[in-house]
Design a binder for this molecule. Structure first.
Ligand code: F3S
Length: 398
């Protein structure tokens, strides 16, 4: 039985303006969710860290809160645009200062600047049944599905409000009813490569919308950790379900009655999804290659080969998070071979070089957000992306 409270019972100790504002927002979110109960959370994960998403009003709001607010539960940060001590060469000093102010405001509130979209990898993973207030959709889906923790898909302000007062509305995926699968799916496709698991997530999202699936995996290989991350990220991006269950792989699958297989996903469906994910023509020039979505373990090595500087070579960006501030770089990156680590950053929410029009990535989720910025995108395996970072051309066969 979950330990919940009425909103009016939230303890008020040492209130500040920030906590009062946070409580007001939690109350409003409870009204929207048609509940008068809240549940204590063990951690929060806040999005809205890139200055390019926040803008001047968002920064002012954060600096106001930071003047008096302190988080009451362990709180981590989603990726920013780029780590200010190590800015990519195409950003200006002004842009760097603005990004640094956002991070300083969060740190003043006691938020740990992990700057990762995989908070279950940068610190201890949440335990089964724990309630969280997380705001990164891929992390929300991973925590609900693979870990059996409970979090709604919070917005950035809602997650920050929960961090400041320690409670979130007791609604949605915090309750068992919303976690129940509604459709049985048999997958015979091989999910050994993470990008193929991402294609499955995109296909399921397009086909099922927000309906929660119960999967049976009958293919040659099941996903590894990166594959589960890719599946979670793409499912919620293309459909909206922030939870899925998998027989013999996810902790809540056995808690529900079995469902007949109404849908079968074979290699053919994933191949068709792969074709849908390519806007680029064979031989077309690629300006930027991006891997690391969602972020992997801190300190993971870049898949891009180092090489001699060459003007025709695309920018190759590898994003990853960190455990602690001191793991982040203190010097600008070496850009000689145009292959950059983007520690704490995410190209989907950061300024890109002006010449970038065509992007290759191994992530179905990243493809969605890069397309929404008006870019032409192709999704391919990590190995193929590494090759494209050398040839600068979309291949004739992926
Ligand atoms: Fe993370 Fe950015 Fe992908 S936030 S999930 S690397 S689009």
């Amino acid at each position: 039985m979950d330990r919940t409270l009425l909103i009016s019972e939230i303890p008020s100790s040492g209130e500040t303006l920030a906590h009062t504002r946070a409580l007001r927002l939690i109350t409003a979110l409870c009204h929207v969710a048609r509940t008068d109960r809240v549940v204590p959370v063990v951690s929060a994960h806040v999005s809205g860290v890139s200055y390019w998403n926040l803008g001047p009003a968002g920064l002012e709001y954060l600096e106001d809160l930071a003047a008096c607010g302190r988080v009451r539960v362990p709180t981590t940060l989603n990726p920013c645009a780029f780590w200010p001590a190590s800015p990519p060469p195409w950003v200006t000093d002004d842009q760097t200062r603005l990004q640094a102010r956002v991070l300083a405001a969060y740190e003043a509130m006691g938020v740990t600047p992990t700057c990762s979209c995989a908070p279950y990898l940068t610190g201890p993973a949440p335990l089964f049944g724990e309630h969280l207030a997380w705001a990164e959709s891929s992390a929300v889906t991973f925590a609900n599905s693979l870990l059996g923790a409970r979090t709604e898909r919070e917005g950035g302000p809602g997650a920050l409000a929960a961090a400041l007062c320690g409670f979130t509305p007791y609604a949605g995926l915090h309750r068992m009813e919303a976690r129940r699968p509604r459709v049985g799916v048999r997958v015979t496709a091989d999910l050994g490569e993470p990008w193929r698991a991402g294609l499955l997530g995109a296909w399921l999202g397009r086909t099922l919308g927000a309906t929660v699936p119960l999967l049976t995996l009958d293919g040659r290989r099941v996903p590894d950790r990166a594959g589960w991350q890719a599946l979670a990220a793409a499912l919620v991006t293309y459909g909206g379900a922030a939870i899925f269950h998998v027989h013999d792989h996810t902790p809540e699958a056995s808690a529900f009655c079995d469902l007949p297989h109404q849908i079968v996903v074979t290699e053919a469906e994933l191949d068709a999804e792969g074709v849908r994910q390519i806007d680029l023509l064979p031989g077309e020039g690629v300006d930027l290659v991006f891997t690391g979505c969602p972020h992997g373990v801190p300190g993971a090595a870049s898949p891009f080969p180092a090489g001699a500087p060459s003007p025709g070579r695309p920018w190759a960006l590898f994003a990853r998070g960190t455990r602690h501030r001191h793991e982040l770089p203190i010097h600008p990156p070496d850009t000689a071979d145009r292959s950059l680590a983007l520690p704490g950053g995410c190209p989907a929410v950061s300024p890109l070089p002006g010449e970038v029009r065509a992007v290759a990535t191994d992530s179905a989720k990243a493809a969605f957000y890069l397309r929404s910025r008006g870019l032409r995108v192709g999704v391919a395996s990590t190995g193929a992306c590494a090759e494209i970072s050398v040839t600068g051309r979309w291949p004739h066969a992926v």
